[in-house]
Design a protein around this ligand. Structure first.
Ligand code: SF4
Length: 309
């Protein structure tokens, strides 16, 4: 088991995989070590993840010309993009239906397509009024990020662990600094990205960054790891933010990570230290692979049948 886990860490751990481990180590085991797959069923409706993919792909396709040419997206480009939105959503929808063997353009999928178009359109139009929304200089789209950390183990070994992830968007802000952006099709509120509660020390918040399995901690952890991967590649990001397509008026909502560098600590070494704690826990022979105590996590888990939840 330990060898299988080491192999996994060597191949690359994504923010989603880390979050999965913290949410339920048994689910992590089923999914990533034993690799139990769900039966490949023909789905008729896209479902939440399919819907999210369609929106992400449409936005990516529409913004790619700006990223490739290095031309900033300006207010003059918005009306053309808004017009293009339904077509790009349809294209993404057809691809998704094909990938999932779902029937094209029928019933619920048709409605979901309409909703996706509307979200994309509203997002683009919102850029016109967003503070510092335009011009938007896009440096990366669906960009693959990676980093390697050398984690000290109790026996003195320094284990290389690879981190991998895809950032939805990397922007260059007007002052030259970078911002990494993650789109969420669900509702995210700004306060959810503030992990450090009032009356809580920076050390306590850091503790929760490596332990908590709440949705709020999941999101901050994901943004933290994107920021870490960029920084390790010599691209320190000013902000790591979520754009919630169900909460567009909020604009890009940055995660507050001040607690990581509180007490004058540097972001990179402190992050490596915190990451090391999660990795050592994954490899700790005393740490059982076990079912989560949080029954909410089981609700949509594909393994709830085989683990009797
Ligand atoms: S059903 Fe619950 S306990 Fe079982 S693997 Fe899924 S999340 Fe974990």
């Amino acid at each position: 088991m330990l060898q299988a886990l080491r192999l996994l860490l060597d191949k690359g751990l994504s923010p989603t995989a880390l979050n999965e481990y913290l949410a339920c180590s048994l689910k992590f085991y089923f999914n990533r070590v034993a690799r139990f797959r769900e039966a490949d069923e023909v789905e008729e409706a896209l479902g939440a993840d399919g819907f999210g993919t369609v929106v992400h792909e449409a936005l990516e396709d529409m913004l790619t010309p700006f990223q490739k040419s290095g031309q900033p997206l300006t207010a003059a480009d918005i009306p053309g993009l808004v017009q293009l939105a339904p077509m790009m959503v349809q294209k993404a929808l057809r691809k998704e239906e094909k990938d999932r063997h779902a029937r094209a353009d029928e019933g619920l999928n048709h409605v979901l397509g309409q909703v996706a178009s509307q979200l994309v359109r509203r997002y683009l139009e919102g850029l016109l009024t967003e503070k510092d929304g335009l011009p938007l200089q896009i440096q990366g789209l669906e960009e693959e990020l990676h980093a390697t950390v050398f984690v000290p183990l109790p026996d003195g070994e320094k284990l290389p662990v690879r981190l991998v992830g895809f950032a939805d968007r990397v922007d260059q802000l007007p002052d030259g600094r970078l911002r990494v952006v993650d789109y969420k099709t669900g509702l995210v509120l700004a306060h959810e990205l503030k992990l450090q509660k009032r009356n809580e020390t920076a050390a306590e918040a850091a503790e929760r960054l490596v332990l908590d399995a709440t949705y709020s901690a999941d999101k901050v952890r994901q943004l933290w790891l994107y920021r870490f991967m960029l920084a390790q590649n010599g691209r320190p990001a000013a902000d790591a933010a979520i754009i919630s397509l169900r909460n567009l008026p909020a604009g890009p909502m940055p995660a507050d990570m001040g607690f990581i560098t509180a007490d004058g600590q540097d972001f990179l070494p402190r992050s490596e230290e915190l990451l090391g704690r999660i990795i050592r826990r994954i490899l700790d022979p005393q740490e059982p692979i076990r079912k989560t105590d949080d029954l909410d996590k089981c609700q949509y888990c594909p393994y709830k049948g085989i683990c009797a939840r």
